[in-house]
Design a protein around this ligand. Structure first.
Ligand SMILES: Nc1nc2c(ncn2[C@@H]2O[C@H](COP(=O)(O)OP(=O)(O)OP(=O)(O)O)[C@@H](O)[C@H]2O)c(=O)[nH]1
Ligand SMILES: [K+]
Ligand SMILES: [Mg+2]
Length: 438
């Protein structure tokens, strides 16, 4: 199939020293030649004058790279134009590309073509998207691991084993009346049980990979004037939220992004919990509670010089951290709601280093880079849970046909993750690898 020739600005928007325009599609050679007056040698950066093919007006002097397919990112004929990064240069070259027959690419279209051309599986494509979005070192490492095929290899291995099991099961059905090696049925059951245990272990990761990819939500809760906004500002290192001596200062949720030992965190400051004085504050308190309910981690803040308030006390058992702030005014109580608080003073900075360490530990317990390849998306989890469910079904199915059906369903579930649903491969396995002697 002849795909349209697409192009896109691969570098960021705005003024920059260099802008990178990328092209892909069967018409790439013609489009590049129309602007550059010819094709440079493959995979060699070559300086070329780019002209508007309609007017011959000089648009830029650019580095042109030509990547003939299939050994390109997309698997198609592709090219890169390294332009001077001004908006007028980019706009002029983009217009000229359109006049030469290319069209702007849709989001993700280059990688979609790479997948369709068999250059990568779906998990690797997702890894590339994650790599582009990675904000922290741990996110980058996880994304790179996936982009390089760690999940593709793992799931590909499981697919191969399932295919072999299915081939045996099919053989059992086909040749039931003949002399088959004894124990064939048991071998399928054993292989399936082993696989199910591996999938279960892979699933029992407490969502670390997914949380690392998405980031953690952390909510700060407490009575008015406990020092929640002061704490947010101290952790963020900037005055993101308004601090004042007036109770009820914060109404909207104020968010900052933090990097806690490689785990990206959205830290939310909220309105002080109390019987609100007006409708606006009441809405603020509702939002505070909603945010705390959604949060992966709640920080309950009390003022050491005040008696603990009931509204915040109710959250203590759900809170990962209980803080007694304003240590400069009063010593921290030995227990608040049965929990030993961490004493801090945002004003003097006392206890803030210990708090940062505790926060990083709490974040690290919920998310972070695992030793093994980790699933990173709910769709991976859903499909693997389904596959494990089918394998469990196989254990109780007595009819060989039902067992084969369960294996086929498990294969399809895993095939959905990688985008390689290859039940046809079973035929090859049955007639090739499995020798019946016929
Ligand atoms: N002495 C002392 N004062 C503090 C400390 N931390 C915050 N404050 C003061 O306490 C007051 C309230 O601080 P905020 O950070 O606005 O408190 P909040 O919990 O966000 O208050 P609301 O937004 O109204 O719920 C301000 O005057 C702060 O300067 C501290 O450690 N010691
Ligand atoms: K306040
Ligand atoms: Mg506040």
């Amino acid at each position: 199939m002849v795909e349209a020739t697409i192009f896109a600005l691969a570098s960021g928007a705005g003024r920059a020293a260099v802008a990178l325009l990328r092209l892909s599609g069967s018409g790439t050679a013609g489009v590049v030649a129309a602007l550059a007056g010819g094709l440079p040698p493959p995979r060699r950066a070559s300086l070329r004058r780019l002209r508007d093919p309609r007017t011959a007006e000089l648009l830029d002097q650019a580095l042109v790279l030509w990547f003939p397919g299939p050994a390109s990112y997309t698997g198609e004929d592709s090219a890169e134009l390294h332009l001077h990064g001004g908006p007028a240069v980019i706009a002029g070259v983009a217009e000229a590309l359109v006049s030469a027959g290319a069209r702007p690419a849709e989001p993700g279209e280059f990688t979609r073509r790479a997948f369709l051309n068999g250059r990568m599986d779906l998990t690797a494509a997702e890894g590339i998207a994650d790599l582009v979005a990675a904000e922290t070192v741990a996110q980058r490492r996880q994304a790179l691991r996936q982009a390089e095929g760690a999940l593709a290899t793992l799931y590909g291995g499981w697919t191969a084993r399932l295919t072999a099991l299915l081939a045996r099961q099919e053989a059992f059905i086909e040749f039931e009346d003949e002399d088959l090696p004894t124990g064939l049925d048991d071998a399928v059951a054993l292989g399936s049980a082993a696989l199910r245990a591996e999938i279960a272990a892979h699933l029992a990761d407490a969502g670390r990979g997914e949380r690392l990819r998405e980031g953690l939500l952390v909510a700060i809760l407490g009575a008015p004037n406990a020092g929640k906004s002061s704490l947010l500002n101290a952790l963020a290192g900037r005055e993101a939220a308004i601090v004042s001596a007036r109770a009820g200062t914060t109404r909207d949720v104020v968010e900052v992004r933090l990097d806690l030992a490689g785990v990206p965190v959205t830290l939310a400051d909220t309105a002080g919990l109390r019987e609100a004085a007006d409708e606006i504050e009441a809405e603020g308190v509702r939002r505070a509670c909603r945010r705390a309910e959604e949060a992966d981690l709640v920080i309950a803040v009390f003022a050491a010089d005040q008696a603990p308030d009931g509204a915040t006390l109710a959250w203590v058992t759900h809170a990962a951290l209980v803080l007694a702030n304003k240590l400069d005014l009063a010593p921290a109580p030995t227990a608040i709601g049965g929990v030993v608080p961490l004493g801090i003073s945002v004003r003097t900075g006392a206890g803030l280093d210990a708090l940062r360490i505790r926060l990083a530990e709490e974040a690290g317990a919920r998310a972070g880079l695992a030793a093994e390849a980790t699933l990173t998306r709910p769709r991976h989890r859903a499909a693997l849970t389904e596959a494990a469910g089918w394998l469990a079904e196989l254990d109780t199915a007595s009819l060989p046909e039902l067992r084969a059906e369960a294996l086929r369903a498990a294969l399809r579930a895993i095939g959905r993750i990688t985008g390689r649903v290859g039940v046809e491969a079973v035929l090859d396995a049955v007639f090739g690898e499995f020798c019946i002697g016929k």
